[in-house]
Design a protein around this ligand. Structure first.
Ligand code: DC
Length: 228
């Protein structure tokens, strides 16, 4: 299979934190020559602005004003795809443990989800894209051509996250595991767009699979889908 051989499809990849979504979504987009969109970065961007502007995340009115004012955009630079807020590159600032937990909290707010829905739909208008998130297949793109839901044991997910952030040295494995349980709970129990597989999603358990094997399975499903 060559890049460009695959028709412009919209591919949705959902699942809990640490299931390997980012790695495989990037690899799959690269194999297919598709755009890769990390929608979690948008929620993190909102959380970053909430923190920088000193907004109380429980203050619905202030969140609503922020949602109307915020200007989040992805841009290509020599460092790869970066997230900009009001023209400032915030890609590194959104990866701290504090912003991670705040993103989970603000993502439960309907006003935030509504504001980001339009941004995401616009990005998906051209298809030929792999969207990674929590509600891609259920809410944002219910008509996506192919849907995947990636899962893995919580211990495996926490270990991956711990190794990823180990160099920053700010969290022990136990802290990462605890944060992950809290986030799983927040993300799956929220009233709006809770984390759950779409009825027509292909579920892949990545606990014991290397990313390349997960991507091979995904490519097989995509090719089957377009009758190649
Ligand atoms: O994928 P991530 O860890 O960068 O996402 C950060 C938070 O954003 C996560 O706790 C859940 C939320 N999120 C969401 O609610 N819907 C999405 N489509 C993507 C992320």
């Amino acid at each position: 299979m060559e890049k460009g051989d695959v028709k412009p499809l919209l591919i949705a990849i959902d699942g809990p934190a640490g299931a390997g979504k980012t790695t495989v979504s990037r690899m799959l987009a690269d194999r297919l020559g598709f755009l890769y969109v990390d929608t979690g970065a948008l929620y993190r961007g909102v959380a970053f602005e909430v923190a920088s502007r000193g907004i109380d995340p429980e203050d619905e009115e202030a969140l609503s004003a922020l949602a109307a004012d915020i200007d989040l955009k992805f841009g290509h630079t020599e460092k790869g795809v970066r997230l900009f807020s009001g023209g400032k590159d915030i890609s590194n600032d959104i990866r701290t443990p504090e912003i991670t937990m705040l993103a989970s909290a603000v993502s439960a707010k309907p006003v935030v989800r509504e504001a980001l829905l339009g941004v995401q739909k616009q990005l998906g208008a051209k298809k030929a894209a792999v969207f990674e998130g929590r509600d891609m297949g259920t809410v944002v793109f219910p008509d996506a051509d192919v849907k995947f839901f990636l899962i893995a044991d919580i211990e495996a997910r926490a270990r991956r996250r711990f190794l990823e952030y180990k160099d920053a040295g700010s969290q022990s494995f136990e802290d990462v595991l605890e944060d992950m349980k809290t986030r799983d709970d927040n993300d799956s129990s929220r009233a709006i767009a809770p984390l759950q597989p779409a009825d027509d999603a292909v579920i892949i358990d990545s606990t014991k699979l290397p990313p390349a094997s997960v991507v091979d399975q995904m490519v097989a499903v995509v090719l089957l889908k377009q009758g190649a």
